[in-house]
Design a protein around this ligand. Structure first.
Ligand code: FES
Ligand SMILES: [Fe+2]
Length: 333
């Protein structure tokens, strides 16, 4: 197989990964329309669990997300066909009494799990790997805060790479995440462990983090980043940044922050406003990148040895998705 050049070439392989599609809290009493890898989906709470189907009624191809939930069934808005949690149609109101429901009256169903306050979906029957483990979410010492989902007109891999690009902190987020007096990126090792890239470095104090702290990163292929900011006094902030590839140039960015220390409601509100500001600073820059999709060919852009090490590792890591390649030498300046 030839080496992939752009992100969308990975889509068939990315169908075998779990992706977050919505916050769990966004899925309430009615069906919710989401989108993943160009596929329009509907997520609904049917009975005790969540179900995810193609957002398409098998009768006349209308969006089931326009319908409603009654009992444990999803009811289409158009002619009222009712579907159960397994996707099978259980009632067709217009059908004369005594006539059987056609065997083909069945929705395409996808695997769907609730984890970390997010709804995760896998479009294939055989996921490559399980949903990543993030221990803080089951640890009662931590409290999770959910930043409202952001819609970016950008690719999921461009958005993900931005989150691990430390060199932009003093420039795009000056006065918040870094200082132009210290623009250098520390040198560190990056380790690939299965479906995960791991690295850590010490971050100098900055306005948002007044004392030096260790930043411990785990980047799970394809678009989930787990970052722990560990202070010597035991305070830990664990950040999950997960991107949903809705379409080639359409991404939902989810940001969940777990802290094992107390913040007042006013402090929490202030932190939330700052996190949204940081995302709003990132968004237009990432949306401006061309090509909009992340180039997987390392020769397509210029990389700096050291500061761009994570980006280079990430592009190689992504280029390996679903295909065996010889990474070859990287040109660095
Ligand atoms: S289109 Fe859904 S019931 Fe007819
Ligand atoms: Fe940023």
């Amino acid at each position: 197989m030839s080496r992939p050049a752009l992100e969308h070439e990975l889509w068939p392989a990315l169908r075998r990964y779990w992706h977050p599609v919505a916050y769990t809290a966004a899925v309430g009493a009615g069906p919710v329309a989401v989108q993943l890898l160009g596929e329009r989906l509907v997520v609904a709470r049917l009975g005790t669990g969540l179900a995810c189907f193609r957002d398409l009624c098998v009768h006349r191809a209308t969006a089931l997300s326009l319908g409603r939930i009654e009992g444990h069934e999803l009811v289409c808005a158009y002619h009222g066909w009712r579907y159960g949690a397994d996707g099978g149609c259980v009632h067709i109101p217009a059908l004369p009494a005594g006539r059987a429901i056609p065997a083909g009256a069945r929705l395409q169903r996808f695997a769907c799990e609730e984890r970390y306050g997010l709804v995760w979906v896998c479009l294939a029957a055989d996921p490559v790997v399980a949903i990543p483990e993030y221990a803080e979410f089951s640890d009662p010492a931590y409290r999770a805060v959910f930043v409202p989902a952001q819609q970016w007109r950008a690719s999921a891999a461009r958005a993900t790479e931005n989150s691990v690009d430390a060199a932009h902190f003093p420039w795009l987020h000056e006065g918040i995440l870094g200082s132009r007096d210290h623009p250098e990126v520390p040198v560190f090792e990056i380790e690939q462990v299965g479906e995960e890239l791991r690295y850590r470095f010490t971050d100098l104090p900055n306005p948002m983090h007044p004392v030096a702290h260790e930043r411990v990163y785990r980047l799970h292929r394809p678009f989930s980043i787990h970052q722990r900011k560990e202070r010597a006094d035991g305070q830990v902030e664990a950040v999950l940044i997960a991107a949903c590839p809705r379409a080639a140039e359409e991404t939902t960015v989810f940001l969940v922050i777990c802290r094992n220390f107390h913040l007042t409601e006013a402090e929490l509100a202030e932190r939330m406003a700052t996190d949204i500001l940081i995302l709003e600073q990132d968004r237009p820059v990432v949306e401006s990148q061309r090509p909009a999709e992340l180039p997987l060919d390392l020769a397509a852009e210029l990389h700096l040895r050291g500061p761009d090490a994570v980006a280079v590792a990430y592009r190689r890591f992504m280029a390996e998705v679903g295909v065996d390649i010889d990474a070859g030498p990287v040109a660095v300046e």
